[in-house]
Design a protein around this ligand. Structure first.
Ligand SMILES: NC(=O)c1ccc[n+]([C@@H]2O[C@H](COP(=O)([O-])OP(=O)(O)OC[C@H]3O[C@@H](n4cnc5c(N)ncnc54)[C@H](O)[C@@H]3O)[C@@H](O)[C@H]2O)c1
Length: 271
């Protein structure tokens, strides 16, 4: 369980859900953690609330209970200077940065030509530009440290299969795959890997948001884009199950894997 001993991991959207699970799982594997989350109600178009400061405190408590150190910061991933300041604090506190999990994201629903410009922009700003901000803030420090490393971006099944009702979300998540593949090409010479995980239907506030059902009532044929998964479908995937893929990508067990997209989806994308 100490495959990440001596390493430092930076996780966005770490206050709850998948981000918290990744942070705690990597702490169990021996990493010290930098846990970043906005912890404010900044997602105007999402049908579920964002995390609260108490959620981030609970993530920190869980990491410390694993015997690891944690740095928490309330920063919006859309704030590049804010993320750069966290990275400066990371290097000052821990002296290195080895793993990045660009996980923060929002989801909301509507047909492509009916959503507002503001809804489109918010979704792309958080889910794609936010990931680019995380990369821009963290990569120079990783190169400078010269220890190699692993960057894991969080896409979605919607990164490769466009679902109806969230085309703007899919556009951003397709973009995350393109960004990650290009990053893998550019970072190979520095021994830094970049891979993307593609979750589907995960048991979090985002994954349990029921707003999509209203759209499906209006446009019943949309449901055909969501066939049964290959594996049993009576429950959503648990964040801890996504974390197993993330910790594998973070540590040296996956040392020869880069530029890949890993579905963690009970076979949804394979049908
Ligand atoms: N849950 C699913 O079914 C599912 C499926 C595929 C992909 N994903 C992706 O997984 C990732 C994690 O989502 P989750 O399921 O854990 O949902 P979640 O809503 O529980 O967690 C997302 C976290 O990100 C934070 N956040 C949102 N906007 C932010 C911003 N601008 N800056 C900083 N932090 C911000 C929220 O406060 C929250 O703590 C997202 O990128 C999401 O798109 C989720």
């Amino acid at each position: 369980m100490s495959s990440l001993a001596g390493k430092v991991a930076y996780v966005t959207g770490a206050a709850r859900g998948q981000g918290r699970s990744h942070a705690v799982r990597m702490a169990q594997a021996g990493a010290d953690i930098v846990a970043v989350d906005v912890c404010e109600q900044v997602a105007e178009f999402s049908g579920y609330p964002m995390a609260e400061p108490a959620d981030l405190e609970e993530t920190a408590r869980l990491i410390e209970s694993e015997g690891r150190k944690v740095l928490t910061r309330q920063v919006d991933v859309r704030d590049l200077a804010g993320q750069q300041a966290v990275v400066a604090d990371t290097i000052e506190t821990f002296g290195r940065l080895d793993v990045v999990v660009a996980n923060a994201g929002v989801c909301n629903w509507g047909r492509i030509w009916e959503i507002s410009a503001e809804q489109f922009q918010e979704t792309v700003d958080v889910n794609l530009t936010g990931v680019w901000n995380t990369i821009k803030a963290t990569v120079p420090a990783m190169i400078e440290a010269g220890n190699g490393g692993s960057i894991i971006t969080v896409g979605s099944s919607a990164s490769v299969k466009a679902p109806p009702g969230c085309g703007h979300y899919a556009a951003a998540k397709f973009g995350v795959v393109g960004l990650t593949k290009a990053l893998a090409v550019e970072l190979g010479e520095f021994g830094i890997r970049a891979n993307c995980v593609l979750p589907y239907g995960t048991n979090t506030a985002l994954g349990n948001d029921t707003s999509m059902y209203k759209l499906f009532e209006q446009y019943p044929t949309y449901v055909y884009s969501y066939p049964p998964n290959l594996l049993e479908t009576d429950a959503l995937v648990e964040p801890a199950e996504i974390s197993e893929a993330v910790v594998w990508l973070a540590d040296d067990a996956s040392a020869v894997i880069t530029g890949a997209q890993i579905p963690v989806d009970k076979g949804f994308l394979a049908r």
